[in-house]
Design a protein around this ligand. Structure first.
Ligand SMILES: Cc1ncc(COP(=O)(O)O)c(C=O)c1O
Length: 395
């Protein structure tokens, strides 16, 4: 399969990990040599309940037996999508009431940006340096990392960048601004959490000038940070909430949620303001509904904070300079890019999956399934410490 992988499947980088997957269960992924890997990455924050969670699998199978795609998004009444949107609303502040379901996170970002333009009649968008919101043209336009987007210009016009957590920059948000889009916790930048009531201050400024506030919760969302959504830590509420990844329970999804008043603008003048064939797909929605039910019904969310403490207790080493993030969205910062690379690759050989962050070469991603056990956390951290000891000795 290795040759065919490189020959027929388009690649995203010259050096993919190229593990040949056989199956996955719980916190483990197995390759075709039946080697077991403890998964500290969860498909990049996507597999909230681990791999093949029985409730998610049952929900998918039972929906498969009823119907799959029957019509484009929004025309027919399909129970899984409605129940999912309703459960989201039940768990969100009152103003976040109506959800549009998409096929991916980046597509939900497109929808959110369009909604902000449509609602305000303005075109300026403000985003943050080192932000990542996806890879379609609109989402890429609000990515705060020039090196990765230069080759694809021209992108959307009228985008301005501010520095995350820098209060002084808020003056750039004016009555010309349609929206400010921010990750609640910056992912690609190195899991940077908002400090000093930053998000509240952004919200206040947006309210003053009539700009909409969009929070991208595609990564922190669905319980990962110790609240169902990251913004719930920070005493503020966006006008538009974007989710994805972990909402799908291992299936492809995106969603944006807003007030009915805002969201209804997409259906009229012009009608069909945002359309999709497969968004809200019944099988995907059934998987997401089972995932959201499990996360909100049990105590996985509170446990995320306890598990964070366990990681922080175990991951003490001279080569760990910092641990950033919140809950089970953590990043180890090593002294150098080389150490980070060595650690990730040697851990993989030792049966532990770690991964990089997009724009911070010293960071090592730790975003395990929320269902990971304390025993599995201890086992993985022991592997990390052992490899770091080896690296230190070789220096
Ligand atoms: C914060 C954030 N926004 C948007 C996206 C894009 O989501 P997708 O890859 O599903 O299009 C991602 C994916 O990594 C993300 O982390």
């Amino acid at each position: 399969m290795l040759d065919d992988f490189f020959k027929y499947q388009a690649q995203t980088s010259p050096h993919p990990l190229a593990m040949e997957i056989s199956h996955a269960k719980g916190s483990y992924i197995y390759d075709t040599n039946n080697k077991e890997y403890l998964d500290f990455v969860a498909g990049v924050s996507a597999c909230t309940l681990g791999h093949n969670h029985p409730k998610v699998v049952t929900a998918i199978k039972s929906q498969l037996d009823k119907y799959m795609h029957v019509m484009v998004y929004g025309e027919y009444i399909q129970k899984p999508a409605i129940e999912l949107a309703k459960l989201l609303a039940k768990n969100l502040p009152k103003s976040l009431e109506k959800t549009y379901l998409t096929n991916s996170g980046t597509e939900a970002i497109e929808g959110a940006l369009k909604l902000a333009k449509r609602a305000t009649g303005r075109s300026e968008i403000i985003a943050a340096n080192k932000a990542y919101h996806g890879n379609t043209m609109g989402a890429m336009s609000v990515m705060g990392f020039e090196e990765r987007k230069q080759a694809f210009r021209p992108l959307l016009p009228n985008i301005k960048f501010i520095n995350f957590n820098k209060e002084l920059d808020l003056k750039h948000i004016t009555s010309k601004t349609a929206c400010v889009i921010l990750e609640t916790i910056q992912g690609g930048a190195g899991f940077i959490v908002p400090s000093n009531n930053y998000l509240q201050k952004v919200q206040k400024r947006c309210n003053e000038v009539g700009a909409l506030l969009i929070f991208d919760e595609i990564q922190p969302g669905i319980g990962r940070t110790g609240k169902l959504f990251g913004f719930q830590h920070y005493n503020c509420t966006p006008d538009i909430l974007v989710t994805g990844k972990g909402l799908g329970g291992g299936m492809p999804i995106g969603a944006f949620t807003a007030s009915a008043e805002l969201m209804d603008l997409l259906s009229d003048n012009p009608k069909l303001g945002h359309i999709t064939t497969f968004g809200g797909h019944p099988v995907i929605a059934a998987s997401a509904l089972a995932t959201l039910q499990e996360v909100t019904a049990g105590n996985l969310i509170e446990q995320a904070l306890e598990k964070e403490q366990l990681f922080k207790k175990l991951l003490v080493h001279p080569l760990i300079k910092d641990i950033r993030g919140k809950g089970l969205m953590l990043a180890i910062i090593t002294p150098s890019k080389t150490i980070t690379n060595t650690l990730i690759l040697k851990c993989k050989d030792a049966g532990l999956i770690l991964f990089w962050l997009l724009f911070e070469p010293k960071a090592v991603r730790i975003t395990p399934p929320l269902t990971i056990s304390n025993k599995e956390i201890t086992k993985g951290c022991n592997i990390i410490i052992k490899i770091l000891d080896d690296i230190l000795q070789e220096k």
